[in-house]
Design a protein around this ligand. Structure first.
Ligand code: ADP
Ligand code: MG
Length: 677
């Protein structure tokens, strides 16, 4: 009989309560979890390298007769083992070692070791290699690639391998979605298989995982079709009034997206639409038109922003736009005093306020809506899926709010289609007219004085600037320039300029008043942390300096830089970096300097850092895929979609969610939420 994949890992040979707890840290609770805990990479330990041919910097498998073993007292105390195979001599070094280890190495006649070789003084050595000792000539090396697993403290590679060995010996049932054989191949590549063979199977399994994910997403979309929402047909035409009041024309792209959204809202099924648009493309106004439509039908809108600063900016904009139409907007943040809070919550509960803007404070239990018709999530890549869901539960029991999700993260189209398969997607692919290109400079931190001079001149001419520091106070990162220190320094060097400080630890009111003063041009230079990353909109601010730019990913740099270039004057961005840049950081900064195209930058980010950062899942504390790696497997997406659609059609629409659930059970067991974006 085949085993039950859902069985607790405690029943596996070799697992006791202590190991069970350790495995739990890796998310391994059941047999299936261990089977899906796939190697990160592989090592080739199939061939011995003669000691005379060992290359510096390369990882290799060596063996030899022990010439000498003993503790050395040099700069650092270490255990040194010298081995000889007739072709040359190399040394193993251990800077930490146990008595037991020392004794066993002293007793050994032969040693076999795997690791990376370097020179210690003049001696070719390997530090802390994986090794085995022998009293007789060692047997042939293992003929198969050696898997290296992601692991945690207290659980070594050898132990994990042996657990997997115990697991793979058992008779497995066919898993829905992925044949056991493929997974076993990845755990225990057969003798003679190459890196390429493994990569090929990895790709097949990734295709399975991504297809499962696609089906789950599609299943959700189908389920949504069967749910009810408040239909929001056009009536009073308040949107036209706003259009007349705006003082600018919508871009073609904005107009198209607004009409796509409004058409969705007319239907009695919940909308779930993603609006993608580069920084500054004007997504907020699209949200406003949707909120107006809801208000016309006595429905409330909840608008959730990832930061208080952004929520406050939205509050100001929405109040300006909607108050003349007789629609009331209210702000809910974590920083209201008790009296304000009580009053505002009452306004929300009674339905007096049609538009409710806030941070995650919006889904506290005490927030009850009168009639929630629409929820809008801004900068959705900053939120986890759980938060999105929580807001969904705020509507009437048998009704779902329409959902509008906005993001400035430009994701390549095939990726979007697969990853956001549960949503409809609209793209604002055009910036409002008259935007100025931003010239970007990369500057070594040592040349800060010159940048200060440059900024000072611009401020003297009546323009404004941001000086962005990546940390508030000196803390874990040693060389971070603290915003507070920078503020003090810049205040001293530019005595004639009005310099202000803005960071996330300030009181809400203080932040709000500083932002208002900056907007009103009562402040010349805003020294800030990355709180200004989203939502800050001051067209007269034309220069931005970003400290420690090498630390940030492309997506974040692009967002930050999007704060300038909003007016009619030429804008500049200075990316300050510290000496000793890594190759990847160099490529990132150069990409930023050379391009202002969000899509291009997103693609580079995908190549350089993988999808976690680009999709924001890492920020939101969610895991990414188990085996699929979008920086490697993005090209599979068309296939994923094709295969997923074929499966759905074969199953009939009715059953698709059931099949999806099966696949989800296989690929995303304990917490299916993590597969969502
Ligand atoms: P994002 O897409 O980054 O959220 P915003 O909605 O904050 O962009 O818009 C950026 C700025 O552009 C705001 O000041 C907004 O009022 C302005 N804006 C939006 N649409 C237009 C337009 N069609 N013409 C001119 N300015 C616009
Ligand atoms: Mg925005």
């Amino acid at each position: 009989m085949s085993l039950d994949p859902g069985q607790s890992i405690i029943h596996l040979k070799g697992v006791g309560p202590r190991l069970q707890a350790t495995l739990g840290k890796l998310g391994i609770y059941r047999y299936l979890d261990l089977l899906l805990h796939l190697p990160l990479r592989y090592q080739d330990r199939t061939k011995l390298t003669p000691l005379g041919q060992v290359q510096v910097g390369s990882e290799c498998l060596v063996q030899g007769k022990v010439l000498h073993c003993g503790v050395q007292f040099g700069k650092r105390r270490s255990l040194k083992v010298s081995i000889d195979d007739g072709s040359g001599i190399v040394h193993l070094r251990f800077f930490h070692f146990s008595k037991y280890q020392q004794a066993s190495l002293e007793k050994a006649v032969y040693v076999r070791a795997y690791g990376e070789f370097r020179y210690f003084g003049r001696e070719l050595s390997v530090a802390h290699p994986e090794y085995d000792t022998f009293s007789t000539p060692p047997p042939e090396p293992t003929p198969a690639l050696t898997p290296i697993y992601p692991t945690t403290q207290g659980l070594g590679q050898a132990r994990l391998r042996s657990l997997v060995q115990n697991l793979c010996e058992q008779p497995w049932p066919e898993l829905p979605g992925t044949p056991f054989g493929k997974l076993k191949f990845l755990h225990q590549p057969p003798a003679g298989s190459t890196y390429d063979d493994v990569a090929e199977v990895q790709e097949e399994v990734a295709l399975d995982e991504l297809t499962a994910y696609y089906l789950v997403m599609k299943g959700r979309a189908l389920k949504r079709q069967q749910e009810q929402a408040i239909p929001l047909p056009q009536s009073a035409g308040l949107g036209r009034t706003l259009l007349g009041n705006l003082g600018f024309h919508l871009t073609k792209a904005q107009a198209r997206v607004v009409s796509e959204v409004l058409q969705d809202l007319e239907k009695p099924v919940p909308m779930l639409r993603l609006v993608q648009g580069d920084v500054g493309s004007g997504k907020t106004i699209v949200a406003a038109f949707a909120a107006i439509r809801a208000a016309e039908q006595n429905g409330q809108t909840a608008l959730m922003a990832p930061t208080e600063l952004l929520a406050e900016q939205h509050y100001l904009n929405f109040s300006n736009w909607l108050a003349p139409l007789g629609i009331d907007t209210v702000l809910l943040t974590g920083q209201m005093n008790a009296k304000q809070q009580k009053m505002r919550l009452a306004q929300v509960a009674s339905g007096e306020s049609a538009v409710v803007i806030g941070t995650h404070a919006l889904f506290q239990e005490k927030v009850t809506f009168h009639r929630l018709a629409l929820s809008i999530i801004d900068e959705q890549h900053r939120f986890g899926v759980h938060q999105r869901m929580a807001l969904q539960n705020k509507s009437e029991p048998d009704q779902q709010p329409h959902q509008l999700v906005m993001t400035a993260t430009p994701i390549p189209r095939t990726l979007t289609m697969a990853l956001y398969a549960d949503m409809d997607v609209s793209v604002i692919d055009e910036l409002p007219k008259g935007r100025q290109p931003i010239t970007t400079h990369t500057v070594e931190a040592g040349k800060r004085e010159q940048v200060i001079d440059r900024v000072e001149q611009v401020l003297a001419a009546g323009q404004q600037a941001y000086w962005v520091c990546t940390l508030i106070d000196e803390s874990d990162e040693i060389d971070a320039v603290a915003a507070t220190e920078m503020f003090t320094q810049l205040t001293k060097t530019m005595p004639q300029r009005r310099v202000a400080l803005l960071h996330g630890r300030m009181k809400s009111e203080e932040k709000l008043s500083i932002m208002q003063a900056f907007k009103a041009q009562q402040i010349d230079l805003l020294v800030a942390t990355t709180v200004v990353e989203v939502g800050v909109d001051v067209p007269n601010a034309t220069h931005m300096v970003i400290e420690n730019a090498e630390r940030l990913g492309l997506a974040q740099l692009h967002q930050l830089r999007g704060r300038v270039g909003r007016g009619s004057q030429a804008s500049h961005c200075f990316l300050m970096f510290n000496r000793g840049l890594s190759e990847a950081a160099k490529i990132r900064l150069n990409a930023m300097r050379d391009s202002q195209d969000g899509f291009y930058l997103a693609e580079q980010d995908l190549k350089l850092r993988g999808p976690g950062d680009i999709l924001g899942t890492r920020q939101a504390g969610e895991q990414s895929f188990r085996i699929a790696d979008l920086s490697v497997h993005a090209h599979l997406m068309p296939k994923v979609i094709q295969r997923g659609e074929a499966l759905i059609n074969q199953q009939g629409h009715e059953d698709a969610p059931g099949l999806a659930q099966n696949l989800l059970n296989a690929w995303a067991p304990a917490d299916s939420g993590h597969l969502s974006v």
